[in-house]
Design a protein around this ligand. Structure first.
Ligand code: NAD
Length: 467
């Protein structure tokens, strides 16, 4: 493992590598993406094993949400990279005549990618794919909370790349702090808001741009005009994936009074269908990542009325999928992001009167709180969909399902307000690590003297141009 004292030299040697111009070659970038794809395939077993050790992540989930999406994203980038990297001619104002203009995409230089623990593989690799596609060098700092995955990322990257080009620096926050003292050209951070602020402060010292992929409490609104069984399944799936440790998991449920009982019954059925009578025995249900998070989550079980679940086992850090009823907006479970398999339920009577200061409009309650990373609405009604889209703000939205909007490479993924800044996936990843350089190219064959001093007789032309 690299010592923190070696970090400044590593950063320097990457800068030298970038200065060779090698990464600017599109064929080089594609070759590196292909190499990485191959190495990830070779390590698939090691990756899923590490995810099981660190998070008890079921193999199916590990492949679906950590490995396969990296391959899909790579293929998508390889298909589009030539087009994205092309110089783009644009119109030129007549008063610059004779000239032409173009936008030239260029790599930012050297990126630092700081990853979290909940999807520790994909959340380090997906940003890296964007950094490679855009022609950057990169250092990845995976989360120390998932040490087995951190090690496997280091192995995959070590086997694929020259460390002067791309490398992994493993370690805890002291390592992250040392990295943040260096001057990078972009910092891509995924994790909680508290550390996000530390990252942004450190970046400000060097005027380094940042992408902050943060979290927040993502609401899930359920109107009465739905397919109950399908809605219940989709909500429970989104909440229980990775035992609720998903940044875009539905954090809490706002359900119309008319449909609440039926939905709760259907959600209980879904839980049984997915995990059997005892989810602790299911091979398809993950565990909580650390004792700290286990203890934090079990505190939430002391509030409200548990209608299903609530069982825990400290040794294996198991928390059963839990539905809590009779929760109020002031309970602790409604104050911070839950990030675990606990779903509080709040009922409402009316989605209307969105901007009312008082009353019980769920839209007003959502708007009183920090902007979430995701928002879910279950309703067939086009007008309700439009209303919620227009009257709330969130990083992303899925209507009538959960989570899936982040799976499309056509949709930029990122937060807004306190849930983050910047976005990635697909073209947005390329954009994040690219500077679009504006270029005007004048010709020599004509040099109209209008803009040159002396100005005395030229005011009439100004008037003509800007009338
Ligand atoms: P974490 O504890 O793994 O921290 C993230 C990274 O920050 C780690 O690499 C860690 O070493 C580093 N770090 C910790 N302290 C630091 C410091 N003082 N200085 C610099 N770096 C430091 O992750 P977390 O914060 O527990 O992650 C959970 C949060 O992340 C949740 O809020 C979740 O919603 C959010 N999240 C967001 C996304 C997204 O895509 N928007 C994805 C996953 C998680």
């Amino acid at each position: 493992m690299l010592k923190t004292t070696e970090i400044p030299n590593l950063v320097k040697s990457q800068k030298e590598f970038f200065a060779t111009g090698k990464t600017k070659d599109i064929a080089f970038r594609k070759e590196q993406l292909e190499k990485l794809k191959k190495e990830i395939k070779n390590h698939q077993e090691a990756i899923t094993d590490a995810l099981f050790k660190d998070l008890g992540k079921p193999k199916f989930e590990a492949i679906l949400t950590e490995v396969a999406n990296c391959e899909e994203e790579t293929n998508y980038i390889l298909k589009h990279l030539d087009r994205w990297a092309k110089y783009k001619p644009v119109k030129t104002p007549l008063n610059f005549f004779p000239a032409n203009s173009l936008i030239v995409p260029e790599p930012l230089g050297q990126a630092l990618i700081i990853g979290p623990w909940n999807y520790p593989f994909q959340l380090s690799i997906l940003p890296l794919l964007g950094a490679i596609a855009a022609g950057n060098c990169a250092i990845i700092k995976p989360s120390e909370i998932t040490p087995n995955v951190s090690k496997v990322i280091a192995d995959v990257i070590g086997k694929t790349f020259d460390p002067n080009y791309i490398t992994v620096v493993e370690g805890d926050k002291t390592v992250a702090e040392e990295l943040l003292k260096q001057k990078f050209d972009h910092i891509f951070y995924t994790g909680g808001a508290r550390v996000g602020k530390i990252v942004m402060k450190a970046a400000a010292e060097n005027l380094t741009p940042v992408t902050l992929e943060l979290g927040g409490k993502s609401p899930c609104i359920v109107e009465p005009d739905i397919h109950i069984k399908h809605s219940a399944r989709r909500i429970i799936w989104g909440k229980c994936l990775n035992a609720g440790q998903t940044c875009v998991a539905p954090d809490y449920l706002l359900v119309h009074r008319e449909i609440k009982d039926q939905l709760v019954t259907a959600m209980k059925d879904s839980l049984k269908e997915f995990f059997g009578e005892n989810p602790a025995e299911s091979p398809d249900y993950a565990r909580i990542v650390s004792d700290r998070h286990f203890n934090r989550l079990t505190e939430f079980l002391k509030e409200g009325n548990i209608i299903v679940g609530g069982e825990t086992d400290a040794e294996s850090r198991y928390i059963a999928p839990t539905l809590i009823d009779e929760v109020s907006w002031n309970d602790a479970v409604m104050e911070e992001e839950i990030f675990g398999p606990i779903l509080p339920i709040i009922e409402y009577d009316d989605l209307e009167s969105a901007f009312a200061k008082h009353g019980r409009s769920p839209i007003a309650q959502i708007n009183d709180r920090p902007k979430p990373l995701a928002l879910y609405l279950f309703s067939k009604s086009k007008s309700k969909q439009k209303q919620v889209l227009q009257q709330t703000s969130a990083g992303g939205v899925t209507l009538n399902d959960t989570i899936i909007h982040l799976g499309s490479p056509e949709l930029p993924f990122g937060g807004v307000g306190e849930s983050g800044m910047g976005a990635y996936h697909g073209k947005a990843s390329f954009d994040t690590f690219t500077h679009y350089k504006s270029v005007t190219n004048r010709k020599f064959w004509l040099d109209i003297k209008l803009r040159y001093p002396p100005y005395a007789d030229k005011f009439k032309f100004l008037k003509f141009l800007f009338k």
